[in-house]
Design a binder for this molecule. Structure first.
Ligand SMILES: C[S@@+](CC[C@H](N)C(=O)[O-])C[C@H]1O[C@@H](n2cnc3c(N)ncnc32)[C@H](O)[C@@H]1O
Length: 208
């Protein structure tokens, strides 16, 4: 099995606009991105583009024993590496595109997602593809679901504003490259951008 760093560099060289960065997420950025999420109420979690799995393994540590993580990855090399490195039964690695998130959730889990985490490079996906993926994401979430996103650029903002009512933003310098962090709530409820994401009020649905 090849080293994770080598695979990440090779995938970046092969598909720079899809992979976005040759460097895996920093431990500090992973901690900050995951900290506001209400792990005790997350049953169905989806990750777009797990890459080398920096977020995947940390999310598995925080997840309930009965929760499920569906990781959707276009790269065959990343998907194969994750399957080989992790035998946690809560993780399902799907080789495919985030645009088909709803059919993957239907196949693997009950109902809709409590949380979707994405590091997809929305600034280089192409406008049409980015629009479709963000709208499918809003449709795939429960009304109380949360989108958590880390991004090098701010192209995702207009997509979040169009599909979510609330968004909280932050910035992490300690990552290569530094990243914008977003937590968006109330999918498909119309834009009220600028209001704070409050996990107690907007957090994942309880008991469903
Ligand atoms: C910025 S990288 C993720 C890095 C990862 N979090 C890490 O720390 O290693 C973006 C990932 O999204 C994947 N990707 C790009 N377009 C995708 C799509 N439409 N659906 C699912 N995955 C996609 C790429 O193959 C890449 O692994």
């Amino acid at each position: 099995m090849k080293d994770a760093g080598w695979i990440a560099a090779a995938e970046f060289v092969r598909h720079p606009s899809m992979v976005g960065s040759a460097f895996p997420a920093s431990a500090r950025m992973v901690r900050r991105m995951l900290a506001p999420l209400d792990w005790s109420n997350i049953e169905v979690l989806v990750e777009y583009g797990p890459g080398s799995g920096r977020f995947t393994f940390e999310m598995l540590k925080r997840m309930r024993p009965d929760a499920q993580l569906i990781a959707i990855e276009t790269s065959q090399a990343f998907a194969a590496m994750l399957r080989e490195q992790c035998n946690d039964p809560r993780l399902v690695v799907v080789e495919g595109s985030a645009r088909d998130v709803r059919s993957y959730i239907r196949a693997e889990a009950r109902g809709r997602a409590d949380c979707i985490l994405t590091g997809l490079p929305f600034s280089t996906l192409g406008d049409a593809e980015a629009d479709i993926i963000m709208h499918e994401t809003a449709l795939a979430l429960k009304p109380t679901g949360v989108l958590a996103a880390y991004q090098m650029r701010t192209a995702i903002c207009r997509l979040i504003d169009r599909n979510f009512a609330y968004v909280q933003r932050d910035f992490e310098w300690c990552n290569i490259p530094p990243c914008h962090l977003y937590w968006a709530a109330s999918p498909l409820k119309g834009p009220k951008t600028g209001e704070r994401f409050d996990p107690a009020r907007n957090g994942p649905e309880r008991g469903s």
